[in-house]
Design a binder for this molecule. Structure first.
Ligand SMILES: [Zn+2]
Ligand SMILES: [Zn+2]
Length: 93
């Protein structure tokens, strides 16, 4: 059973490139996740000739297919919702 309302750790749901919450999260083959735009821009700017993961530096010779990570996207939404609720209780209080 998924625990509703379990504490979500924003750090686990943030992109190590823009340091913000994941936007359109995609997962690269090493298992790390980034915003789809961030990782694509990273690879466009990467002059090494490899497609590397900014976190673990794993290199991919061919540009990996980026598939949206739906689970992560949902977690980010959950986190945003709980943040919003928290903020609205603050303003009320
Ligand atoms: Zn990002
Ligand atoms: Zn990685």
């Amino acid at each position: 059973m998924a625990q509703r309302g379990a504490q979500l750790d924003p750090r686990k749901l943030s992109c190590s490139i823009c340091l913000d919450l994941l936007k359109d999260p995609v997962t690269v083959p090493c298992g790390h996740s980034y915003c789809s735009r961030c990782i694509q821009r990273h690879w466009e700017e990467d002059v090494s000739g490899f497609y590397s993961c900014p976190q673990c530096r794993k290199r991919f010779l061919v540009r990996p297919d980026l598939t949206k990570n739906i689970l992560l996207a949902e977690l980010v939404e959950d986190l945003k919702n709980t943040e919003l609720q928290r903020l609205s209780t603050w303003t009320k209080g």
